[in-house]
Ligand binder design. Sequence first.
Ligand code: SAH
Length: 344
Amino acid sequence: MIHLLDQTPDQLQAWLAGHGVPGYRARQVWQWVYARGADDFDQMTDLPGVVRQRLAADFQIWSTRVAAHRKADDGAEKLLLELADGQRIECVLLRDDRGHCTICVSTQVGCAMGCAFCASGLDGLIRNLSTGEILEQMLRLRQCLADGERISHVVVMGMGEPLANLDALLPALAMASRPDGLGIGARRITISTVGLPAGIRRLAGLNLQYHLAVSLHAADDPLRDRLVPANRKTGIAAVLAAADEYFEQTGRRVTFEYVLLKDVNDGPAHARALAALLRGRPALVNLIPFNPVAELPFRSPLSPDVMRFAETLREAGIAVKLRYRKGDEIDAACGQLRRLTSPY
Ligand code: SAH
């Protein structure tokens, strides 16, 4: 079976033409799936029965099974999806008090980057996700929405390193942002990267309007080497140079994510070093208090230290956003649900 969501509209049109079906039928199928949320060919009532049967014989709309669906009191919902080969991935829907519905999707099963504080990389990389598997997370999360809600933002911040799987991610995001796809404008889509300079440059060269977030976590190389092993090959300077290029090409301000780890990178000197590093750049710093992971020795920062850290950056003229934790009780962060042997 072919995963329908892995097909571009042109590919589907070619398949239909090969079966003697006029090309405009492809558009109808696409409308059913993306605009109307159909999950069965039988629902596509304006297609002739014989076309529906042909499609159902060769294509499947879903390639995953929902292995767990958790809801938190703060409106966060998390899906654990089992892929066709039995691997499991996570994706999350986050609601805020402004009525925004942000979905967070994964790009890989596991992750090769091995960040010291992250659950996703604990077992290394298992495999890349396909375009269809990335899109399916978005469509499945959309099914969680109530009447009147719509997906307002997409963040590619789930499991995996998006820039290590750009070939599958880019067509998925293109489909997400097309008006006849999910209709989520590129400016409301954020790609978060550990900071792979070559990948950032490739993305910059495409001159798309995606928002880029770079996971910095430290302002000096020895500390970053420890927390983000991928840094050993690149160094901070090369990551920042690529981020600068992204801004020059696209005009989009880059966000720098900084996970605060108690007594590791959350002190006043760390804040001053970060301020010095980013001074003069049109940067936004997203401070993320560490979300505890059972197997890992790190601790969450104390509130006053978080406030002081933010204040130091603000005093240096740097824009700061504090990410409040959401969905704690459903293990919404970073590959944690997948690690539980029994998801219920
Ligand atoms: N690989 C990409 C995207 C996935 S991680 C990246 O590195 O950006 C998304 C964000 O969550 C990153 O900033 C990552 O460092 C952060 N993160 C990972 N584990 C975390 C944890 N336990 N607590 C808080 N943030 C975490």
